[in-house]
Write a protein that binds this ligand. Structure first.
Ligand SMILES: Cc1ncc(COP(=O)(O)O)c(C=O)c1O
Length: 400
């Protein structure tokens, strides 16, 4: 038995996380507290960076009388679920509204799925590099994350055997992020087929994070990046208003369940109890979702245009410098490879000190093979242009 210490409250071991701040965050905080001006090329707060999607419509939805009624429903209201089903239909994906389950965010969805699929000590496979979202969520569910590495040789790919070799008796699910953040990678048709076959043969579920699926670059599309509707394995596709409509503050996310019907029925029956215990998606969030989701296409189009413009600016700025952008098939980020003269944190600090720009060191995303900076592509193009001009200048100066 664990001895209790009468001098301190009984905190759990799972929340004994290290809380030291990394040197990059310390330097950023210090620069901010000194009031120093710099261009934050890591800023991905869409609510600050893009003109909002139809504010009048959002305000009208929030003042609708429906938001004053409490009508608890484990999966969210039928109207909102139907609106999400038609959103998919417009993207060539068929899913019935009964298999769409709402909650406050995709981060919350991960937590519920971890608990649905795995017992303490079980394993979940996660791609690396990727967004640092899963560690704490896995700790909270007492699970072990097992990384499977993506390879990069001019494009991102899933090297043969990388994922297969990581499956053990304790593996319960594989997470795919399409497009992945920050690599922007999307599994090609053969890689997707490999993962589906592996999951089917080993009795695993798939958790397919599709929050960036509306921001793919040709030849990929939301339809090809998504696993919605595949009939062979139990699969949970995650998405939400955060990225699809640029409304992270509204807090509306969902899970679309697909696969063999008996698995889908059992999963939804179990999730009904999990979701009923939380009832986390609010009436205002569902009202906004139902109002804005049918009309998001023009807003998404302008964001895709901004991302394309910034990507082109970055390539122009880096041309002739020793840095280059890594290939990407979508998403909101760019990875810039830097000369291996110093580590990425040292590069980031040097660029902040000497050139007043902020980029995130790649190691924060487990980009470890060479020094990289991760930049956000959703900044206003004028700001981004000046930022990448300074970046190129700083890389040249730091390489001589
Ligand atoms: C790949 C990925 N999935 C999920 C999330 C979380 O989204 P939400 O705001 O719906 O929790 C993020 C946040 O940036 C993300 O990058």
């Amino acid at each position: 038995m664990r001895p209790s210490d009468p001098r301190r409250p009984p905190f759990s071991r799972r929340t004994e996380w290290p809380r030291e701040t990394n040197p990059w965050s310390v330097a950023v905080e210090q620069a901010r507290s000194l009031g120093r001006e710099f261009i934050d090329l890591s800023d991905a707060n869409i609510s600050r960076l893009m003109p909002p999607l139809n504010p009048e419509l959002i305000q009208r939805a929030l003042s609708d009388s429906s938001v004053l009624r409490y009508e608890p429903s484990a999966f969210g209201c039928d109207g909102a679920r139907r609106v999400i089903a038609s959103y998919y239909q417009r993207r060539g994906l068929e899913i019935c509204a009964e298999n769409i389950l709402l909650m406050a965010s995709t981060s919350e969805a991960y937590g519920h799925l971890f608990r649905l699929l795995a017992d303490p000590g079980d394993e979940i496979l996660v791609p690396t590099p990727s967004y640092p979202l899963f560690d704490h969520l896995a700790d909270l569910a007492d699970l072990k994350l097992v990384p499977y590495a993506l390879g990069y040789d001019g494009t991102w790919h899933l090297p043969s055997g990388n994922i297969e070799a990581r499956v053990t008796e304790r593996t319960r699910a594989i997470i795919l992020v399409s497009p992945n953040n920050p690599t922007g990678s999307v599994f090609d048709r053969a890689e997707r087929a490999r993962v589906i076959t592996l999951a089917r043969d080993r009795g695993l579920a798939l958790i397919s994070d599709e929050v960036f699926a509306d921001y793919t670059l040709g030849p990929e599309s939301h339809e090809t990046a998504s696993l919605i509707g595949q009939p062979n394995v139990l699969c949970f596709s995650l998405n939400g208003l955060s990225k699809s409509a640029g409304l992270p503050q509204i807090k509306a996310g969902w899970i679309a369940v697909s696969g063999p019907s008996e698995f889908v029925d059992e999963a939804t029956a179990r999730l009904e109890i999990v979701l009923d215990a939380h009832l986390s998606v609010s009436a205002p969030a569902q009202a906004v979702l139902s109002t804005v989701l049918p009309g998001i296409d023009p807003w998404q189009e302008s964001l895709r245009g901004r991302i394309a413009e910034n990507r082109a600016q970055l390539d122009r700025a880096l041309a002739g410098s020793p840095a280059r952008r890594r290939h990407s098939a979508g998403g909101w980020s760019a990875i810039v490879e830097l000369p291996a003269l110093r580590g990425d944190e040292a590069w980031a600090l040097q660029l902040l000190e000497g050139h007043e720009i902020l980029g995130q060191p790649g190691y924060l995303f487990d980009l470890l093979d060479r020094p990289c900076l991760v930049l956000s592509l959703i900044l206003p193009p004028e700001t981004f242009q000046e930022g990448v001009r300074r970046l190129a200048e700083g890389v040249v100066a730091g390489s001589s």
